[in-house]
Design a protein. Structure first.
Lengths: 338, 169
């Protein structure tokens, strides 16, 4: 190695060795891995349905793995494939707390969550790109957490806005992330307060790449400046006394971490707050309510980590493409940036 | 039963052990704190998805580095804009010496094409041989050598006499 190369190596070591990685790298990676598995399983399911429709007599069985994740198929399903994954012996898992389902009740599913959400959205803006996820975490021991989420795009003449909503209850009550301790001034806003009914509310107005105080270290680390970076992201999270967590999140873009679609998210913070605090969000519902919602437009295409027949609801159907009206007014007035 | 049961203990151990190193590599590759975080999480997600196979590899660490490098290069290919992740220091601010070095390094690296930058990071940060670098990037050894020479030459021309390192010969 020549002297210049040694200098470069030394400069890289001096610059990077002292970096303290952000918290949550591993948990964030695992969350992405889970999503990738779900998407993969969903894609395999779609391929399987298509194959079965064409071949008619072909059987494709994708058994579930027993190591904690959904089954994986290493390649596209062939018309004559019969894939069987044998159960793999595993160590006895640690017992995990479970929730008790009220009698005759089942977990909330995305179609019903969507139908509860729809009346709270502007009537003149038909949502597009509706997707959802059944977030119920279930094992042979029982249900560890229950909930669902949906996301959709609203669009007016100023551009698109991605709205996501989730309702969740876990047997293990996780600590809610409140506002960060202020280490310096940024243009982001955060409020953390309690309601008279015992609920806790956290409101944030930030950017997809969060604003960071203007310190030499943050600049040298390449963090976003005091005005953040990317589309603006607003959210309201409510943690009710019964442990149910309602999160409404809105990004001024058509997709997560996408291009900036509009100056600020379409729905105002007041609207997000009223949605999150609406006294209508259940986590346990009657099975018929899920069934009715699933068979009533607008339909929603969603993924689930659990088998559909567990909850005895009709299979989801594809989302019809809708065209936004494009001439409705935004709720955001001038000066509503965080 | 499918679901979110406990994560494989060996994956957690591996991820906790290597995530810091992966982050620093990602930061040198892209020069952006948040993008580096994204790249590492995507890399760990891919490893998590295929952990049964990855854990049987000779070197899961090398596998992880390969995934990270290719994820970075793939990300750069998809980018339509050429965002400059570094920022000039405002007048009057007095950054520490290492922070100034970071900025100078990031600024000079950002002048390089992504593949050239990846070659330098793998060769001089990860301390890989030409052969290992070629394998990680999926290119020939000759390509690594030529990219390395070109990138070093470019760095010298960018830095000129600004820095004590890599000053013109």
């Amino acid at each position: 190695m020549g002297s210049h190369e040694k200098e470069l190596a030394a400069a890289m070591r001096a610059s990077a060795s002292g970096l303290v990685p952000p918290a949550g790298l591993v948990s964030g990676g695992i969350a992405r891995g889970r999503r990738m598995k779900l998407v993969r399983r969903f894609q395999v399911g779609v391929s399987t349905a298509a194959v079965l429709a064409v071949a008619g007599t072909t059987l494709l069985v994708v058994s579930e793995r027993t190591d904690g994740g959904p089954g994986q198929v290493s390649g596209p399903a062939s018309p004559t494939a019969q894939l069987l994954t044998s159960p793999i012996p595993q160590a006895v898992p640690k017992p995990r707390p479970t929730l008790s389902a009220p009698p005759q009740m089942t977990p909330l599913l995305p179609p019903l969550l969507l139908h509860l959400l729809m009346p709270l959205l502007p009537e003149t803006l038909p949502p597009t790109r509706i997707t959802g996820s059944d977030n119920t975490d279930k094992s042979t021991a029982g249900i560890h957490s229950v909930g669902a989420s949906v996301s959709l795009v609203l669009e007016d003449s100023l551009g698109p806005s991605l709205l996501s909503m989730s309702v969740q209850q876990s047997a293990v009550v996780a600590e809610v992330a409140g506002c960060p301790h202020p280490e310096g001034t940024t243009k982001a806003k955060c409020m953390d307060y309690g309601m008279s009914d015992g609920s806790r509310v956290v409101e944030r107005q930030d950017w997809v790449y969060p604003a960071a105080p203007d310190t030499p270290e943050n600049r040298a680390d390449g963090k976003a400046g005091t005005s953040g970076r990317g589309p603006q992201e607003w959210s309201v999270q409510v943690v009710r006394r019964d442990g149910v967590v309602i999160t409404v999140n809105e990004v001024a873009s058509r997709e997560e971490k996408g291009e900036i679609g509009r100056p600020t998210p379409l729905l105002s913070m007041d609207r997000l707050r009223s949605i999150a605090l609406a006294p209508i969000w259940p986590v346990w519902v009657r099975a018929e309510a899920n069934s009715t919602a699933a068979s009533t437009p607008p339909n929603i295409n969603y993924q689930s980590p659990t088998r559909r027949d567990d909850y005895n609801v009709p299979p989801s159907t594809a989302v019809p493409s809708q065209t936004p009206s494009g001439n409705a007014r935004s709720e955001n007035g001038a000066g509503s940036t965080p | 039963m499918a679901g979110f049961d406990a994560e494989p203990a060996d994956f957690l151990e591996f991820a906790n052990a290597c995530s810091g190193r992966l982050f620093r590599t990602a930061w040198l590759l892209c020069g952006d704190w948040h993008l580096a975080e994204d790249l590492v999480q995507t890399t760990l997600g891919k490893l998590y998805r295929a952990w049964k196979r990855v854990s049987r590899a000779d070197s899961p660490e090398a596998y992880a580095r390969t995934v990270l490098t290719r994820t970075y290069l793939s990300h750069r290919r998809r980018l339509s804009s050429t965002e400059q992740p570094y920022a000039d220091l405002p007048e009057g601010s007095g950054p520490e010496e290492d922070q100034a070095l970071r900025l100078t390094l990031l600024k000079s690296l950002s002048e390089l094409p992504p593949k050239d930058r990846a070659v330098l990071v793998l060769r001089y940060w990860e301390d890989l041989s030409v052969e290992q670098t070629a394998r990680q990037m999926g290119v020939s050894e000759g390509a690594v050598r030529s990219r390395s020479m070109r990138a070093l030459e470019k760095l010298r021309s960018v830095l000129g006499s600004e820095s004590g390192w890599l000053s013109a010969a």
